[in-house]
Design a protein around this ligand. Structure first.
Ligand SMILES: *Cc1c(COP(=O)(O)O)cnc(C)c1O
Length: 372
């Protein structure tokens, strides 16, 4: 069998930073709960992204859930959510017994379309929060989205699970809204094996999130609870991996950018191929290099040809309003997300890929055009 090439797999530092922090946790028996690594990972991540405070949690999904609670979203509330995303963006809205309204993308950003957002506000004036996603590391059109939400006085939660290390006009995405979340799931740009972070400039709300995430224990000798609690805190071992990974984030973004530029150089002239949009105000982390195909070669042909050679690729996210579970909810848009889903492919973007690996991928893809 040919050597496996992954879409995006865990990539620990050559220096072994992660193991050093994990070893410290073992040596001091701070395996759990909490401890130095958790506090320091929060401080280091907050400093890195330029946010006042951060809460380390067990997943990005958990971070979104508590962000919705922090924003006051509850039963029956409407939350605007991009339709083109991973289901983890939308599920926490349901956890809160709130109602999602799905918003279409535009071709300029692949992310939330400001026009569709305006339209959604006209249709549903009573909205509790707006979730914005930065898909594949690409920044959403934040200036426009911020202005619209400000005019309607509605808080923004940024799902930056895929965009750590990516900047919109020089500022890390995930730090524009009232709350931002990051994910350290296995295939994200850096990973802790699993974990998430909620960031905000509102230190009080972050303290509250830490309280909720540790079962909402009131200050009392006995176990007393005045609020619903969750078991969502990150462990001290996991946080150690995160501290080590944070040291190589810049390197990982650099490699992802090289992968994107290589594909672009090699594929840009082929009939029907369009690359994901990188706007002049955007400095993405290039998490997954993605393209759309509207010519003679179809996305499924690329995915199958790569699969035959033991190489992983995948379609663009299937829009939420097309999902059996979510289709009963309202959707505002003009079917841009459907087109991106139908025509899109995420190419292997693993930072461990060598030049030979990249050449292998390109040769297979280009071969499909030669056959036509
Ligand atoms: C990965 C991801 C999440 C969820 O993060 P987990 O840490 O896996 O819970 C949420 N939103 C988007 C867009 C993601 O890609």
């Amino acid at each position: 069998m040919n050597k496996r090439i992954f879409l995006s797999s865990p990539h620990m530092s050559d220096e072994g930073y992660e193991m050093q922090y994990v070893k410290e946790a073992f040596d001091t028996n701070w395996i759990a709960p909490l401890g130095e690594n958790v506090n320091e990972f929060e401080n280091e991540l907050a400093a890195r992204v330029g946010s006042k405070a951060a809460a380390a949690l067990s997943s990005g999904t958990g971070a979104l859930h508590l962000a919705l609670r922090a924003a006051g979203v509850g039963e029956g509330d409407i939350v605007f959510c991009p339709t083109l995303t991973f289901s983890a963006t939308a599920n926490p809205i349901i956890y809160q017994n709130a109602t999602p309204v799905f918003i279409d993308s535009n071709y300029e950003t692949w992310n939330m379309c400001p026009k569709a957002l305006e339209e959604a506000f006209e249709k549903h004036p009573k909205v509790k929060a707006v979730i914005v996603v930065h898909l594949y590391g690409l920044s959403a059109d934040m200036d426009k989205i911020l202005e619209i939400c400000k005019n309607h006085n509605v808080p923004i939660i940024e799902d930056a699970a895929e965009s750590l290390g990516g900047y919109y006009k020089g500022k890390q995405t995930g730090t524009f809204g009232d709350y931002g979340i990051f994910s350290f799931n296995g295939n994200k740009i850096i990973t802790t094996s699993g974990g998430g972070m909620l960031v905000s400039n509102n230190e009080e709300r972050i303290a509250k999130v830490r309280f909720w995430a540790t079962q909402s224990r009131d200050k009392a000798r006995h176990y007393q609870h005045s609020e619903l609690g969750f078991n969502y805190r990150m462990s001290n071992v996991v946080a150690g991996i995160g501290r080590g990974q944070l040291k190589v984030l810049t390197q990982r973004v650099e490699k992802k950018r090289e992968i994107y530029e290589f594909y672009k150089r090699e594929l840009v002239g082929l009939d029907g191929v369009k690359f994901m949009p990188v706007n002049e105000w955007d400095k993405p982390n290039y998490w997954l290099s993605s393209i759309t195909l509207t010519g003679k070669v179809k996305p499924i042909e690329i995915m199958k040809a790569l699969e035959d050679e033991n190489i992983e690729s995948r379609p663009i996210w299937k829009p939420m309003h097309l999902q059996p579970f979510f289709k009963k909810f309202d959707y505002v848009g003009t079917e841009v997300s459907e087109k991106l889903f139908e025509n899109g492919v995420c190419l292997p973007s693993d930072t461990k890929m060598t030049n030979e690996d990249l050449e292998r991928v390109i040769k297979i893809i280009k071969g499909l055009w030669l056959k036509k």
